[in-house]
Design a protein. Structure first.
Length: 694
């Protein structure tokens, strides 16, 4: 095919335009076919791409042929698609090359009209819609286009699997937290990369290493992803964004639309949709450089692996609102994120790869955070947390580790694992222990006693006392009949009996776990002769010398009750004191007794408190049973409420001192307690002393 030098040779060009009285046809030549001065024509630009691909200059062939058939006027102007193919096909060329070249040239040419209905292509003297768009495009600045790209970027990479951090400029812009996984989109004005082998930009390295606080290194590095734009692809995205904005500006101007034909308006609206997709495609192709945490000393010497995402086209992008799916797939391909159908982590893997050596125990929260610290571990999505919970359960069931939740422990023994916790939470409350450190829990037990006081009446007063540490509810039964089911873990019950009676306490610890204790309250009938004779008896018969009280109950001022206790100890020849209980029931006495607590810290004190307060429209009831240390947090607000004006209160405060072993009745322990109470003595106190006779 001999080329006709249209636009190249001035005389030939003049013959085909001015001599044919078509001088305006020079405009299509200079804009779309060949231009020797200034900007290259569209066919020239596309020819270079064809030549780089090892093809002939298809765009010039197609454009020149259409131009020659456009010189006639009227209905004969132009050339049909079939005739164009026949004009250009030569041996060795693919069928359809002319169609592809025509479509590419039609997309940018300023004077080429390619009618899709009649399939006639021709050059016109008046500019096409492409020319109108190009002129408007010159009015759209780069900064305006970049702002549009930023808005689109933050939309197509919005939160889905990862938390979007848009355009961080310094380490302080990215929180140092263990979750969620953060996707940091580096702004294209901040930094870009050129090739797929480039090292992480400086801003990426700074964010990954530091927190922004002076001298503080980042702890949770294995949760940061960085996406950086390619410099060359960015220019294409900016160019497309300018063209798209130009189309929108024309469509928004009624005056401009009035100057366009109906066909041109349809072309403009169609082009708007095409360019909208084109901007998205070019933007996603610009942001293809992913940096993710890795401990590969060769490929990721700075702790960040450079992974170029696959290039996207319109079929990949169309219909997808969020490009985080592409990042997720890439990380799965790199095995940085596990597949959805992956099984839970093996307990042995956690012990070898995750659990720090030399650490005997750590919390489940620390286990979760380890994945956000160690660059060699997988990134944990929210869906993976349920599998990590399954791993913890498997480790308990297989005896790989033990678990402690508050005061409750879960240990697999030769008899198996008694139970699993209802839920596994990642918190400081749950702690995992290596095997052999925790001890199996001691069996729960209920301490129960019944004391029958002496009386000349047929009915004898009885006091039943118990302690079921850790119980949620306590029920009391008398000879198999329920008394009440709402007792406290440490409580007492007073009643009267006429015969030997069996009391049973059932303590409920939740989760179906119950423990019970049983004691017998014996009614003694005294016989001066030591035998029952023919007299009727109730319960067991005993002499008066066999009845020794196990406890003493006194009431009065502190001085009087301790003096009375000393007398009873002497009279009954008591050898030791097992425990003391001190209780008050008045507001002023409550306040005074609490002031003695700091003086009694060396003793193992348990506190039993019930306070009911009514002031104005407020009603408060505070119940506490436990050690004195935990009681301090309740004391301040309770005293504040008791100090309110017009307050009405019902209080009961009991201090229980249980000695590890019985103490001397006249020893320093009892003296120290009496002295502490005398510092700020209460008006009235109830004292109960449990004693021993050997």
């Amino acid at each position: 095919m001999l080329p006709l030098p249209i636009g190249i040779h001035g005389e030939v060009t003049n013959e085909l335009t001015a001599r044919l009285e078509r001088p305006l046809m020079r405009l299509p030549i200079q804009a779309d076919l060949y231009n020797s001065t200034g900007r290259e024509a569209h066919a020239q630009v596309q020819d270079q791409e064809w030549l780089d691909a090892g093809k002939p200059p298809f765009s010039t062939w197609v454009g020149r042929t259409i131009f020659l058939h456009s010189l006639t006027q009227g209905v004969t102007s132009g050339i049909r698609r079939a005739e164009l193919n026949l004009s250009l096909l030569t041996p060795g060329l693919e069928i359809g090359f002319a169609d592809r070249a025509l479509e590419r040239l039609s997309a940018v040419a300023w004077y080429l009209d390619n009618d899709p209905i009649t399939s006639i292509a021709r050059f016109k003297e008046e500019p096409s819609i492409n020319k109108i768009i190009a002129e408007e495009k010159e009015q759209v600045g780069r900064s305006e286009a970049k702002d549009d790209l930023r808005s689109r970027r933050d939309t197509i990479f919005a939160d889905k699997f990862f938390k979007l951090v848009s355009a961080p400029e310094s380490p302080g812009d990215v929180d140092d937290l263990s979750e969620p996984i953060a996707l940091c989109l580096i702004d294209f004005d901040e930094d870009t990369v050129k090739t797929s082998t480039d090292d992480p930009p400086g801003v990426v390295e700074r964010i990954c290493s530091n927190t922004g606080e002076s001298g503080k290194f980042r702890t949770f590095r294995n949760r940061l992803l960085f996406l950086v734009a390619n410099r060359q692809e960015l220019e294409r995205a900016i160019n497309n964004a300018r063209e798209f904005r130009a189309i929108q500006n024309i469509l928004k101007s009624p005056n401009r639309l009035d100057d366009l034909s109906e066909a041109q308006q349809k072309q403009l609206k169609k082009k708007e949709g095409e360019m909208d997709l084109g901007v998205r495609v070019s933007l996603t192709n610009a942001y293809r450089h992913l940096f993710y945490p890795s401990n590969d000393p060769v490929k990721a010497a700075k702790g960040l692996m450079h992974y170029p995402l696959p290039a996207q086209d319109s079929s990949d992008v169309k219909g997808k609102n969020n490009q985080q799916d592409v990042i997720l797939k890439a990380l799965k391909d790199c095995q940085k994120i596990r597949a959805e159908d992956a099984p839970p982590f093996a307990p042995a893997y956690v012990l070898q790869k995750v659990w720090p050596a030399g650490l005997d125990h750590w919390t489940t929260k620390a286990l979760r955070e380890a994945f956000a610290k160690d660059l060699g571990l997988n990134l944990l999505l929210d869906a993976e947390l349920s599998k990590l919970r399954d791993t913890i359960r498997q480790g308990l069931q297989s005896g790989q580790w033990d678990l402690k939740v508050g005061e409750r422990v879960f240990i697999k023994t030769d008899q198996g694992l008694p139970a699993l916790p209802e839920t596994i939470e990642f918190s400081d409350r749950m702690a995992l222990y290596r095997r052999g450190i925790l001890e199996p829990p001691k069996p729960r037990e209920v301490e129960l006693s019944a004391h029958v006081n002496s009386s000349s009446e047929p009915t004898k007063p009885v006091r039943v006392r118990w302690r079921a540490q850790g119980a949620l509810a306590v029920s009391l039964y008398q000879d198999g009949n329920p008394v009440r089911q709402d007792f406290r873990p440490s409580d007492e019950y007073e009643s009267e009996i006429t015969e030997t009676t069996v009391f049973r306490v059932v303590a409920d610890y939740g989760n179906g776990e119950t423990v019970q204790g049983e004691t017998t309250a014996k009614v003694l009938v005294y016989n001066p002769g030591g035998t029952s004779g023919n007299h009727p008896t109730v319960g067991e018969v005993s002499t008066i010398f066999d009845a020794k009280p196990g406890q003493f109950d006194l009431e009065g001022t502190p001085n009087s009750v301790f003096s009375g206790l000393s007398d009873r100890i002497h009279d009954h020849r008591v050898k030791g004191i097992v425990s003391l209980e001190l209780s008050v029931g008045q507001v002023m006495d409550y306040r005074k007794l609490t002031t003695a607590l700091p003086l009694l810290v060396k003793f193992p004190i348990q506190i039993d408190q019930t306070v009911t307060i009514q002031t104005g429209d407020q009603f408060v009831r505070l119940v506490y049973q436990g050690p004195s240390r935990g009681f301090q947090s309740f004391l301040t607000p309770t005293n504040a409420l008791l100090g309110s004006p017009d307050v009405r209160a019902d209080v009961m405060l009991k201090l229980v001192v249980e000695f590890p072993s019985s103490v001397e009745p006249q020893g320093q322990e009892i003296a120290a307690i009496a002295q502490a109470l005398s510092r700020n003595p209460v008006d009235r106190v109830n004292l109960t002393a449990r004693v021993a006779y050997s």
